[in-house]
Design a protein around this ligand. Sequence first.
Ligand code: ZN
Length: 315
Amino acid sequence: MELLSRAVESGRVAHAYAFIGPSGVGRKLTALAFARALLCPARGCGHCRSCAQIGGGIHPDCHLILPDGQNIKIEQVRELERVAALTPHAGTHKLFILDDAERLTLQAAHALLKTLEEPPARTVLVLILSQVRALPATILSRCQPVRFSPLPLPEAVSVLKEHGIEESRAGLLARVCQGRVGWALAQDPGNFFERRDKALSLLAEVAAGGAEALFARSEALRDRLQAESFVETYWLWYRDLLCAKAGGDHRLIFHDDRQAELGQMAAAASWEEIVQGLRHCRDAWQALQGNVSPRLTLEVTLARLALRAGEEIRI
Ligand SMILES: [Zn+2]
């Protein structure tokens, strides 16, 4: 991020930044790199004590604030104010990174506004959020905005390859993550492919074996993160089916290692079934975000996707 490096080099660091962009595009990684650049005597060498402490989340001048439960609460902002008023322990600055800043409660946001209006010397706040509208304009107008967007496909592939992911997998992973490389790297690529194959074989099993196959496997579907990744896999699968049915360019297909299977399924399914499948995936996603149990959500979704009688099941 050129803007941030220039700020560090010129010594003209703003009191507050808003890192705005979708999750998984490297907002937090950049915030931590920024912290290293500000607090390390060699501007972020990556291997000194200061850099190691930031990486380990224990640097006394770098504070990462996460939602406590659903929200960032007023008590957390009061603690921030208290620490911000002290002189830095080791470095020249005190840095506060508020991850998921859109989850500040209204009260907490008001309290934060006071700090933003009269920032203590050498204090730098970084608010990480996904959209501008997520916070009151009074807060954002006091932050220097830094925009983050997903990387274009070729760049995403090369970043993944730099992180040791083999070419054939990097392509698929880059397409699936849609340029959100931070997300892709957080997945653990080996696990990602294993989960995808598991999700797709479960769908095929239920389609072949009916309700019995579904209930035999549903005990194993309790994990929320796994449920989310299954639903995402189904969403992309149905999106690929739509693309295959329309005779779209094969480069637009995410799961291009399964073109033959996609082609067969796309030929056998009606347009309506495919579009309906996408709707079921969207409903499942909303159910998971709304805290419906992962097992119930997956059971209903698999039934809807793979069983004809599934239409009557509601989440
Ligand atoms: Zn260092």
